[in-house]
Design a protein around this ligand. Structure first.
Ligand SMILES: [Zn+2]
Length: 213
């Protein structure tokens, strides 16, 4: 898919196919959304949540950025979280990283970055610095895979530090999950699942220690 004309033709074809199967599909789509999952993912072009879970439109409320990072000062992230949890009443949040993540790879390999992308990846530099010594015993390939997972688990900690998330974990059966999409197998791996009993527990640290054994 290389140009706008091709995109528009593909859209027309998709619309025709859906409409011929279910003439009311787009009327129902326009009536409103009730997504079940709030998805924090990477901007990577290979990680669309709807495609990798074969899910219809309307099931995911999505925030994606380079490296699936949760920054406490990211107003866009907070707006998605706030709207998703408070107004759409979503009870399942997923942070999903992915193998072969360019953001993680650039940090691990010490690529010479500058500008906005270097600033944005600051938290992944911090995650790498935190675990660099414990990662050293693994091969480069293993370090890459493990740093992807460590990044997801650290971002999960950031999410669990947000008061809104803590409040909804406590009062509203919210569940927060860390996962990784493995590009080489096509499978999503569940790393850890946190509900209200895990707010102050060492569940995530245990998952980190397991990764670094
Ligand atoms: Zn990525």
């Amino acid at each position: 898919m290389e140009n706008l004309q091709q995109l528009l033709q593909a859209n027309q074809s998709w619309q025709n196919t859906i409409h011929s199967k279910d003439p009311k599909y787009f009327t129902k789509l326009a009536a409103g959304q009730q997504p079940k999952i709030l998805w924090f993912g990477c901007a990577d072009s290979r990680t669309s949540p709807e495609i990798i879970t074969a899910t219809e439109l309307g099931n995911f409320f999505v925030h994606r950025n380079v490296g699936n990072i949760i920054y406490q000062n990211d107003n866009s992230m907070h707006a998605v979280l706030d709207y998703g949890v408070r107004f759409l009443n979503i009870k399942q949040i997923v942070i999903c990283g992915h193998t072969q993540c360019g953001a993680v790879g650039a940090v691990l390999q010490g690529d010479k970055l500058d500008g906005a992308i270097k600033t944005w990846l600051g938290d992944i530099y911090t995650v790498h610095a935190t675990y660099q010594a414990r990662l050293a015993k693994f091969s480069q390939h293993e370090q890459y895979d493990k740093l992807v997972r460590l990044n997801v688990l650290e971002q999960l900690k950031h999410l669990l530090n947000i008061k809104l998330v803590q409040d909804f974990l406590n009062s509203n059966d919210l569940v927060v999950t860390g996962a990784v999409f493995n590009l080489a197998t096509g499978l999503v791996e569940n790393l850890v699942e946190c509900s209200k009993e895990h707010i102050n527990s060492s569940l995530i640290d245990s998952a980190i220690n397991e990764l670094l054994k």
